[in-house]
Design a protein around this ligand. Structure first.
Ligand SMILES: [Zn+2]
Length: 555
């Protein structure tokens, strides 16, 4: 009996849990999408990272380092010229150019050498000021005495190449200042050097295994912005040394202010306000959904076309900021869910279904008319490649079909885009699906998959029934000869066509392929030139977005 009751209670609990689960999963799926407070945008990372750069702000820069509880403020550096920052590593300096090297003792170098060995003077100091006092007292002995932050403030000297250089210098220090202790600091691949960028003096070495935060100093009447390289940004910059490789730099700022830096990087600010607003809303959707693409890199989104172009504060414009502000909080929803608002420059007259470019059938990315986009500089384009150029690009992508004999579009979508392209070669054939040809040949060379292909081996053959002329490759034709019907041999390169007066030659195997195409980009979702055209024709941003995202609502 007791057992029975227990079983019932268990079943009740299970039912209750199922009910709670269903309820909570419902509320997660259909909750209004949240616009995040802040976003972290990668500016320099991985193999493309700039490892020697300047960070500055008009009123100075505040430095903090991440710890267990948040960020620990280290110092404020007031110089408007800011820091020159680089890794704590080996450098060969030739004609003022710092080249990072893999130093070997046996190597022959011209010019100056800097290394990641240092000398520590004393131990850990309780704060910045007491470390600074010691550093100042050592200044007469060495020009290269600086503060270091690594589990507390320290005083270090020199940029030496190895331990023996340190030991020799320690003997000199001991003679001059015997009341300090001196120890060798071995290299550590998490450290970053901060130089005063005006004087070139090394000021700090910071262990940046955890992020170092650099904030602009603001004044009562002006919110500071921070410069990285040639661009400036709202919010803060974060730098982190990735072991062995590079310094990652990202910018964290309020999400809506991120859009200020995106919209003018995507479309000209002089465009019609309703087109700018449509771009702002599309950028908001896309930005939210991109969050998480770069978690492994330590930030949310990158600043390039991979996520969405972002060029920071210096490229903002009052009109694009207005477009962001006037659409504040507006999103494109399909069945009340946030959708990826894919967009492209120009469709060429008609957008495409998602599955004809990628794989998923997205109900809101359907082919729609884009006549308002016509008149863009990308309506028509032509690109010619020699068969050798194509062969080389294929080989670079590990596709070896030998010498190219022919290229034939096997399948074309209802909207005219090539979805299956066969490349025939002396070693075999390969089929390139959808966007593959663009990624191989370059997305600005083959600007879209809406193209027709012609070659220098095209013959125009009159169809005896329809009377229309059709193109055909010479190599695929048969000729009537004295010996009967013969296929043109592809072992000879040319075919000669003779009329009453002249003999002209043409290739059997094409030497050159000409892509005659329309539009620029993948052709999915909103066409930016189409949005511009619709805005000029009197449509508002809601109408524009709902035209390009089938069945979606702007809310
Ligand atoms: Zn990205």
């Amino acid at each position: 009996m007791k057992q029975h009751i227990h079983r019932n209670v268990t079943r009740m609990t299970t039912l209750l849990l199922i009910a709670v689960f269903i309820f909570s999963s419902f509320s997660i799926t259909y909750a209004a999408p949240n616009i995040p407070q802040n976003i972290k945008v990668g500016l320099s990372f991985n193999n493309a990272a700039n490892n020697n750069f300047i960070i500055k702000s008009a009123e100075g820069v505040k430095l903090s380092i991440k710890n267990n509880t948040g960020y620990l403020e280290l110092l404020t550096y007031p110089a408007a010229t800011g820091f020159k920052i680089r890794k704590d590593a080996y450098y060969n300096i030739v004609n003022n150019k710092e080249i990072e090297i893999n130093y070997t003792r046996a190597g022959l170098y011209t010019g100056e050498l800097d290394g990641p060995y240092h000398i520590q003077i004393g131990d850990v100091y309780p704060d910045y000021d007491s470390a600074k006092l010691i550093a100042d007292s050592m200044a007469s002995l060495s020009q290269t005495v600086f503060l270091a932050y690594e589990n507390g403030w320290r005083v270090w000297a020199q940029l030496y190449l190895d331990e023996s250089e340190c030991l020799t210098q320690i003997e000199i220090f001991k003679n001059e200042m015997p009341n300090y202790t001196y120890t060798v600091v071995a290299p550590n691949k998490n450290r970053i050097q901060f130089f005063d960028s005006a004087t070139g003096k090394l000021m700090y070495i910071i262990n940046a295994e955890q992020e170092v935060k650099l904030e602009p100093v603001s004044t009562a009447d002006k919110t500071g912005v921070i410069g990285f390289g040639t661009l400036t940004y709202r919010g803060s910059l974060f730098i982190k040394r990735i072991q062995e490789g590079h310094i990652n730099v990202h910018n964290e700022l309020p999400f809506e202010q991120y859009l200020y830096g995106v919209v003018p990087a995507e479309v000209p600010y002089s465009w019609h306000m309703e087109a700018l607003k449509a771009q702002a809303v599309a950028a908001r959707n896309y930005g939210i959904l991109n969050i998480g693409r770069h978690t492994a890199d330590g930030f949310d989104v990158c600043n390039g076309p991979h996520c969405q172009a972002y060029r920071g504060f210096g490229h903002e414009n009052a009109r694009t900021n207005q477009a962001v502000n006037e659409t504040n909080g507006k999103l494109v929803l399909y069945n009340d869910k946030l959708i990826p608002t894919y967009f492209h420059s120009s469709s060429g007259g008609r957008t495409e279904n998602s599955e004809n470019i990628w794989t998923a059938v997205l109900p809101y990315i359907r082919s729609v008319d884009d006549k308002y986009g016509l008149g863009s500089p990308h309506d028509n384009w032509t690109k010619q490649f020699s068969k050798k150029e194509i062969q080389e690009k294929l080989l670079a992508n590990k596709i070896d079909v030998g010498e190219i004999i022919d290229i034939v579009p096997l399948e074309v979508s209802d909207n005219g885009r090539v979805t299956n392209l066969e490349i025939r070669g002396t070693k075999g054939n390969t089929t390139l699906l959808k966007e593959k040809i663009r990624s191989i040949m370059g997305t600005s060379a083959i600007r879209s998959t809406w193209y027709k292909l012609s070659t220098d081996a095209d013959l125009f053959v009159m169809n005896s029934i329809s009377g229309k002329s059709e193109t055909a490759r010479a190599g695929s034709l048969y000729v009537m000869s004295a010996n009967g019907m013969q296929k043109l041999s592809s072992s000879s390169n040319k075919v000669y066509v003779k009329d009453q007066f002249t003999v002209s030659s043409m290739n059997i195997i094409p030497e050159n392929y000409v892509f005659n195409g329309k539009g620029w980009g993948h052709g999915l979702g909103m066409s930016q030139y189409g949005a511009k055209g619709m805005a000029e024709a009197g449509f508002n941003f809601v109408q524009i977005l709902e035209h390009y995202y089938t069945g979606a609502k702007v809310k």
